[in-house]
Design a protein around this ligand. Structure first.
Ligand SMILES: NC(=O)CCC(=O)C(=O)O
Length: 272
C-alpha cells in the first residue's frame, strides 16, 4: 500500500490552504498512491478563536473539494481535520476520510480535547471553543480495517487498544504537536502506540509557519506494528512517501500475541 503524507502549514483562508495541499499533491505525489493524508487543522491556523470562524458543516464547500480530490486521484483521502459546525450548534475538531469514489467512508470527532498548561511552555485550551466527540472510529477499506484519531487522542492508549481490538491494522492520526511536547513526546508516543496496538500508525503533522502563534513540531511519521520508525520528516513542509505491507501487523500479532494475551478475567476495557 502506497501512502503519501502532506506536511504543510495552514494559511489565513481555508481555500488557499487547500490549494497548497492540492499543489503539493499534484507536484509530488505519484499517481499510483493508494492513500493521501493531510494534517490536523490543515486549513485553519491553530488558535481557539479561529475554530468557530473557520467551521463548516459536513458536506460543505471544503468537504466537497476534498471529496473531489479523492475522486480525481482515485485514492483514499484522509482530509486531515477541520473545524466542523455540528448540527447541534457546537464546533468539533473533525477528521473525514473519503474513498476512491469520493464518498465519505469515515468521520471522527476528536475525543480528547487538547487542554494543557505546561509551566514555562505550551498552554492551549481547545475546550474554549470546541466540543469533544464521543466515538471510537474504525472503518473498512480494500486493505482491511483502519482506525482514525486526532492528535491529542494519541496520548490515550485505551482508544488505540480499542481500535486494534476492532481490527484496525493501520491508524491514521492527523496531528500538530508543539515545540514543548513535540521534542519530548512525539516520536515516543506514536512509536509506543504502534507497538502496543501492533498496527501501522500514520501521523501527519502541520509544518512550522513563520510568525504563527502556535509553533508546530512537524515530524510527520509512519511507524510500523513493531514500533519501528519507517520514515519521518523534519519540521519543514514536505511529502513523506512510504510503501507498507499490512500483513506485517498479522505477523507481529502472531509472533507477539498482545491482543489475544489480555487477561479479560482480571481486567476489562469496554467501549460504551
Ligand atoms: N493538537 C493537539 O492535539 C496537540 C497535542 C500535543 O501537542 C500533545 O503534546 O499531545
Amino acid at each position: 500500500m502506497k501512502i503519501a503524507q502532506i506536511q504543510m502549514s495552514p494559511l489565513e483562508g481555508r481555500f488557499q490552504s487547500l490549494e497548497v495541499a492540492r499543489q503539493m499533491i499534484n507536484e509530488q505525489v505519484p499517481q499510483d498512491t493508494d492513500l493521501i493524508a493531510l494534517p490536523e487543522m490543515f486549513a485553519c491556523p491553530y488558535q481557539v478563536k479561529n475554530f468557530p470562524q473557520y467551521a463548516e458543516t459536513e458536506g460543505g464547500e471544503m468537504w466537497q473539494l476534498c471529496s473531489a480530490i479523492a475522486k480525481e486521484r482515485h485514492c483514499y483521502f484522509s482530509a486531515g481535520s477541520v473545524p466542523e459546525a455540528g448540527e447541534d450548534g457546537k464546533v468539533y475538531n473533525t477528521a473525514y476520510v473519503f474513498g476512491r469514489d469520493g464518498s465519505q467512508i469515515a468521520k471522527h470527532r476528536k475525543v480528547h480535547l487538547f487542554d494543557i498548561n505546561i509551566k514555562d511552555g505550551q498552554h492551549f485550551r481547545e475546550s474554549e471553543t470546541l466540543t469533544a466527540g464521543d466515538s471510537v472510529t474504525t472503518f473498512e477499506t480494500e486493505f482491511g480495517t483502519f482506525g482514525l484519531a486526532v492528535c491529542y487522542d494519541v496520548r490515550f492508549p485505551e482508544l488505540f487498544r480499542l481500535m486494534a481490538l476492532k481490527g484496525a491494522r493501520l491508524i491514521l492520526v492527523p496531528a500538530s504537536f508543539n515545540m514543548t511536547t513535540g521534542p519530548a513526546h512525539w516520536e515516543l508516543t506514536f512509536r509506543s502506540q504502534a507497538m502496543f496496538s501492533q498496527a501501522f500508525v500514520i501521523a501527519t503533522a502541520t509544518s512550522q509557519a513563520d510568525g504563527a502563534s502556535y509553533r508546530s513540531y512537524g515530524h510527520s511519521l509512519c511507524a510500523d506494528p513493531w514500533g519501528q520508525m519507517i520514515a519521518e520528516l523534519e519540521d519543514a513542509p514536505g511529502v513523506l512517501l512510504t510503501d507498507i505491507d499490512l500483513s506485517r501487523a498479522d505477523e507481529v500479532r502472531r509472533q507477539l500475541p498482545l491482543l489475544t494475551g489480555r487477561r479479560t478475567d482480571v481486567y476489562r476495557l469496554e467501549e460504551v
